[in-house]
Design a protein around this ligand. Structure first.
Ligand code: ZN
Length: 80
C-alpha cells in the first residue's frame, strides 16, 4: 500500500481510504482533521459573503490550503 501524507500537517495517513480517512482537494491530499479545519474555515468566511459565487468559493478554498501548506495547519477564524 502506498504511503500517504497530509499536505497540510504532513502527518502520515494510516490506512488511507478516499473520502473516509483522507480527502483529495484539487492537487492536495488532506487528512480528516485538516479537512474538517478547511471546511470550518470556509464556512466562517462564506457566512460573511453574499451573494455566493462559486469561482470565489473555489479560490477561497485554494488560498486556505496554500496558507495551510505553509503553516502546517489550516487557520480557522474562530469568530462564531
Ligand atoms: Zn492533516
Amino acid at each position: 500500500m502506498k504511503q500517504l501524507f497530509c499536505d497540510i500537517c504532513k502527518k502520515e495517513v494510516v490506512e488511507p481510504i478516499p473520502t473516509r480517512t483522507y480527502f483529495h482537494v484539487r492537487e492536495f491530499d488532506l487528512c480528516e482533521s485538516c479537512k474538517d479545519d478547511l471546511e470550518a474555515a470556509v464556512k466562517y468566511t462564506v457566512r460573511a459573503k453574499k451573494p455566493f459565487d462559486f469561482a470565489w468559493f473555489d479560490k477561497l478554498r485554494i488560498d486556505l490550503i496554500h496558507d495551510g501548506v505553509r503553516k502546517n495547519k489550516i487557520s480557522v477564524a474562530k469568530k462564531a
